[in-house]
Design a protein around this ligand. Structure first.
Ligand code: G3P
Ligand code: CA
Length: 341
């Protein structure tokens, strides 16, 4: 069984409390060595596909589901009134945020956690600020004026209303352990996230990902059946505050570090490295350890093609249209799109 067919086989709503999915051994055996060529490949739209539509907005997620992706990648924080909101940034971001008068924020704004949902949704995040370097980075992004920072509940409801009932959610808790005052602490954020997932009945379609591995330890304890994705970058691997106290130097390799961090839980375990840090050797080792490997954020055709050749289990990209075309060139099956209603 591949990791994707595991996901598919559990995509029915469970209702009420989650039930354990399958034996870890079955899942992990399935992850090992999965290769492109089957529908096991996981095409993920990063922030909903910010190369095409404003990041982390309902417009982007809806467009990605219509285009046809397996998974919507997104980031979350907690608002002042305790709602799970979809935002990459811990503060309002002047690169794509305008106030109620239509003025770009001149600098970083208030922390997300200091504002209620109503206050957050007074801002328009449907267009890039052309005066900033970040704003000039995504020339093909089509603005959608009027888009707001959505709540996670609104995203789940939108996908349900669209009929995108098979699309998966790869949800990243945005917590920086080196700046604990900037966000909610791991436990309140994880508990709020799990409650939202349960309310929407989407548990079988969710992966929780984080650079802050304390989050993933909590998920392993509170919802052990959920897939967990261990994000890594050169920066986070240098500082054990990100890796829940484990020192990377004590391990022979990053896959071994991830394997040790994830020990114990029955849910699938994914390693999500920055794509430029991945080598074929590390990929082979991760697969041998039973880890699925999903690199981020891969936007160039040549990189997509190379990583597909290596046999990664999926790719996270800002350009799901480009990845679909690379997959099509290779005769790989593509996820079906679900048009917005
Ligand atoms: O899925 C991982 C990727 O999203 C991490 O990067 O900064 O875009 O959240 P970032
Ligand atoms: Ca992310």
């Amino acid at each position: 069984m591949t990791i994707r067919s595991f996901f598919d086989s559990t995509s029915r709503p469970l209702g009420g409390r989650w039930r354990p999915f399958f034996l870890a051994s079955l899942v992990l055996a399935g992850c090992a060595g999965s290769a492109p060529g089957s529908r096991s490949f996981d095409l993920q739209a990063h922030r909903g596909g910010r190369g095409l539509a404003p990041e982390n907005t309902l417009a982007a997620f809806s467009q990605a589901a219509a285009l046809g992706v397996d998974t919507l990648e997104l980031d979350i924080g907690l608002s002042a009134d305790g709602a799970v909101v979809v935002s990459h940034d811990t503060r309002l971001n002047p690169d794509h945020t305008r106030d109620a008068q239509g003025q770009w924020l001149p600098a970083q704004g208030a922390p997300i956690r200091s504002l209620t949902v109503a206050q957050l949704q007074a801002y328009d995040v449907g267009r890039l600020n052309p005066a900033t370097a970040y704003g000039r980075q995504f020339a093909t992004q089509q603005p959608r004026d009027g888009e707001r920072i959505p709540t996670l509940a609104q995203l789940f409801a939108r996908m349900q209303a669209q009929g995108a009932t098979r699309v998966r959610f790869n949800i990243e808790t945005k917590i920086d352990p080196t700046r604990p005052d900037e966000t909610a602490a791991p436990e309140p954020m994880v508990r709020a996230l799990l409650a939202e997932i349960e309310r929407a009945g989407v548990g079988p379609r969710v992966t929780v990902q984080s650079f802050d591995w304390r989050t993933l330890a909590l998920v392993g304890r509170l919802a052990p059946q959920l897939p967990r994705a261990y994000l890594t970058s050169a920066r986070t691997l240098r500082d054990s505050r990100w890796t829940a106290g484990l020192a990377a130097a004590d391990f022979a390799s990053t896959p071994r570090l991830v394997k040790a961090a994830a020990a114990g839980g029955p849910g699938p375990v994914i390693w999500s490295p920055a794509f430029a840090d991945l080598t074929p050797e590390a990929l082979r080792e991760a697969h041998a350890l039973g880890l699925a490997v999903l690199p981020w954020t891969v936007n160039q055709r040549a990189d997509m093609a190379r990583l597909l050749d290596w046999g990664v289990d999926g790719l996270i990209t800002d350009y799901p249209d480009v990845l679909r075309s690379v997959m099509a060139e290779r005769g790989l099956p593509l996820p079906a799109g679900v048009p917005a209603r």
